[in-house]
Design a protein around this ligand. Structure first.
Ligand SMILES: [Zn+2]
Length: 127
């Protein structure tokens, strides 16, 4: 995990929290997935449909340089956190897995940022 990027996202969001970490990690997994199709790293051109407009979406805004009406669509859906990232008709859909019970907030943030991607999210792709 890129510490400078995390700090940039914390200052963008205003605080450090597991929700922000979830959005940052999801966006990083999407960046990795679309890596071969990205020509401009500052503006990777990845769109996201997010099931929340709250903390996780700020992580996505910060990492992917998108915002509401400019690549990001948020819908307030209770329950599971689902992020559907797409570029050129290709999708990677990440659903947050439950976890972090018994961990402190700091430990949970580290788990979300550094854990195995498949442990943090249920991952599906669509072409
Ligand atoms: Zn937050």
């Amino acid at each position: 995990m890129d510490q400078a990027l995390w700090e940039k996202c914390v200052s963008f969001h205003g605080h450090s929290c597991p929700g922000l970490a979830t959005g940052v990690r999801a966006a990083l997994i999407a960046l990795d997935f679309f890596m071969d199709d990205i020509t401009d790293e500052d503006s990777p051109g990845i769109s996201c449909r997010s099931s929340t407009s709250k903390c996780p979406s700020d992580g996505i805004r910060c990492v992917l340089n998108i915002d509401d009406g400019r690549g990001l669509t948020t819908e307030e859906k209770p329950g599971e956190l689902v992020f559907d990232f797409s570029k050129d008709g290709k999708h990677i859909i990440l659903t947050s897995r439950p976890g972090g019970k018994g961990l402190s907030m700091e430990e949970n943030i580290i788990r979300i940022l550094m854990g195995k991607a498949e442990d943090i999210f249920d991952i599906k792709t669509r072409y």
